[in-house]
Structure formats: structure tokens, C-alpha cells
Design a protein around this ligand. Structure first.
Ligand code: ACO
Length: 166
């Protein structure tokens, strides 16, 4: 299954950022007492290789986030359909199943990020009723990588007399 996560990273031109492993995914999604994510999968049978059974052709991976305003919410980390299966309604089925999961978990909000050059996906989400929050409210995504975190922490340690946290 790990190969499909890599396919999406390659599609997004960010394959060099993949650090997770199949083992990490198994542990985090299937062996933790409280799994860190949920993954819905789409399977299809190859007409020419029926004896091999259905194979994975797409997935939707989501996990909880928490909003102080809305409470528990769901974040759609990845939605992916293999190229030869696109345009057949699989992506919208996966998104609809994630919407059902979202409401069944008591989450009033499903959130996701999409790269600004990925207009086909932006159009897809908008055709499904998703709102572009960068346009509507001006949100921007900020991220700290490990070096940024370490730099921040060591800078702070150099400043004497900072207020303590409890
Ligand atoms: N432009 C406009 N509308 C579109 C487009 C498009 N490029 N693609 C699909 N739609 C519309 C379809 O017309 C259809 O509408 P209809 O039901 O009225 O006919 C609807 O969206 C559903 O189309 P599906 O066939 O269900 O979409 P598909 O199976 O191709 O899945 C997806 C869409 C997931 C975006 C797929 O194309 C894909 O995997 N793309 C590459 C990876 C990607 O961009 N993933 C999203 C990244 S963001 C993230 O992961 C959170």
C-alpha cells in the first residue's frame, strides 16, 4: 500500500519529502491503541487479471485535528486515485465516504490543503461543495521543520528571564 502514498508525493512534486515508511504507517494506523489515522480504500478488478482479485486504485486518509472554535474536526491528509481510474467517480465516492465518516465521528468540519498549482483538484473539491478558505478568509499554511524548531528552542534558551510556562 505504501507505493500509493509515494505516487501522490510524486504527483505533488514533493517525493523528496517522504520520510515515513511502510512500517511506520502500519504502526501508526493499525497497531496503536488509538490509531493516528483512518484510511478508506477503493479497489477495482483488472478485467484481464480477474484471478488476482481486486487491487488498490485509490485512497482517502484522514485524522483528527482540534479546533478551539469548533471542537474535534477531521483533516483529509491525502486523496488519491490512480491515473487510469480517474474521472470514473471514484474520487467523489472516497470524498463522500470521508464526509460520512466526518459526521459520524461528530466532527462539524472537514479540512484539507491543496497545492496552488493543482487546479484540477481545486476544481474537483469546489465541484463537491468545498470552500476555498484562502480566498474567503485569507488563511495561509505555516509549517516548522525540525531545524526550525531546534533553532527556535535554542534561541529561546539564549534569552534569560523569559516568563515560565506551566
Ligand atoms: N476539473 C473539474 N471538475 C473535476 C475535475 C477537474 N479536473 N476532476 C473531477 N472533476 C469533477 C468531475 O467532473 C465529477 O463531477 P460530476 O460528478 O458532476 O461529473 C466530480 O469532480 C468527481 O469526479 P471523480 O471522477 O469522482 O474524480 P476522480 O476519481 O478523478 O478523483 C482526484 C479526483 C482525487 C482529484 C483525482 O483526480 C486524483 O487523484 N488526482 C491526483 C491527485 C490529487 O490531486 N489529489 C488531491 C490532492 S489534495 C489532498 O490530497 C488533500
Amino acid at each position: 500500500m505504501f507505493h500509493v502514498f509515494q505516487e501522490l508525493a510524486e504527483f505533488e512534486k514533493l517525493a523528496d519529502q517522504v520520510m515515513n515508511t511502510a512500517e511506520g504507517l502500519r504502526r501508526d494506523g493499525f497497531e496503536e491503541p488509538h490509531p493516528l489515522f483512518r484510511c478508506l480504500v477503493a479497489e477495482a478488478e483488472d478485467e484481464k487479471k480477474r484471478e488476482e482479485g481486486p487491487r488498490l486504485v485509490g485512497y482517502a486518509l484522514s485524522h483528527y485535528i482540534y479546533s478551539t472554535w469548533k471542537g474535534r474536526s477531521l483533516y483529509l491528509e491525502d486523496l488519491y486515485v490512480m491515473p487510469q481510474y480517474r474521472g470514473k467517480g471514484i474520487g467523489s465516492k472516497l470524498l463522500t465516504a470521508t464526509a460520512e465518516l466526518c459526521l459520524s465521528l461528530g466532527c462539524p468540519r472537514l479540512q484539507l490543503s491543496v497545492l496552488d498549482w493543482n487546479q484540477p483538484a481545486i476544481s474537483f473539491y469546489q465541484s463537491c461543495g468545498g470552500r476555498n478558505m484562502s480566498d474567503e478568509e485569507g488563511w495561509r499554511m505555516i509549517r516548522f521543520l525540525p531545524d526550525d524548531l531546534r533553532r527556535m528552542i535554542s534561541k529561546s534558551a539564549e534569552r534569560p528571564g523569559d516568563p515560565g510556562l506551566a
